[in-house]
Design a protein. Structure first.
Length: 202
């Protein structure tokens, strides 16, 4: 009888331990929140030197998800897609040129994608987000200097997160040298600023 009671207690303890591990695992998974990027309230802006000035532009269609671990934001991830055909510089002729095979070649490469690999905390709400950026069919490792702008309630109680990130790219790294006739008129470095509002997915 004593042996049976001992075995029974062992089984109960094992069951409790497994249940505890299961609850802990569930709690860990529940801590990760998935936010969908709101294309209407998000934007990718850029500027590039033209002779002695800078010309601005935007990509107006940005989508994707940000998975946020509030307990450890360095474990967060982002997967974002830019609709390259949404590029606009407020000049129809220039936009058509950018979409052509001289630059983005949107007929062949309609999207650009950023997938994060690592987040490094650099301040209270700032991070260096390293990831793979694919543009024009070429993938390069880039670092986004990102800031968490905050969490809060939006319209109709939707929970939001806000982010801003900056980086500088070289268009030549992505095979977009452009027509030779442009020569030194067009700079190689492109300054990027990304603003994101994302909705918590239920």
């Amino acid at each position: 009888m004593h042996t049976m009671n001992k075995k029974f207690r062992s089984l109960i303890l094992a069951a409790v331990s497994l249940a505890s591990l299961g609850f802990a695992s569930l709690a860990s998974r529940a801590a990760v929140e998935t936010y969908a990027i709101d294309s209407v309230h998000s934007n990718v802006a850029f500027s590039i030197r033209h002779f002695v000035s800078k010309v601005p532009g935007n990509f107006t269609k940005l989508s994707g998800t940000i998975k946020v671990d509030r307990e450890n934001l360095e474990k967060s991830t982002v997967n974002a897609i830019i609709d390259v055909s949404s590029v606009t510089t407020s000049n129809d002729a220039r936009d058509k040129h950018l979409k052509s095979d001289a630059f983005f070649d949107v007929a062949k490469y309609p999207t650009a994608r950023f997938v994060s690999i690592a987040w490094k905390k650099t301040g209270e709400n700032t991070f260096d987000i390293t990831g793979d950026l694919t543009i024009h069919g070429i993938t390069k490792s880039v670092v986004l200097n990102a800031e968490l702008l905050g969490f809060g309630a939006g319209m109709e109680g939707v929970q939001l997160s806000g982010w801003q990130a900056t980086t500088t790219l070289k268009r030549s790294d992505f095979g977009m040298s452009g027509p030779a006739v442009l020569g030194a008129a067009l700079g190689d470095e492109v300054a990027i600023t990304i603003n994101v509002e994302a909705d918590l997915k239920k």
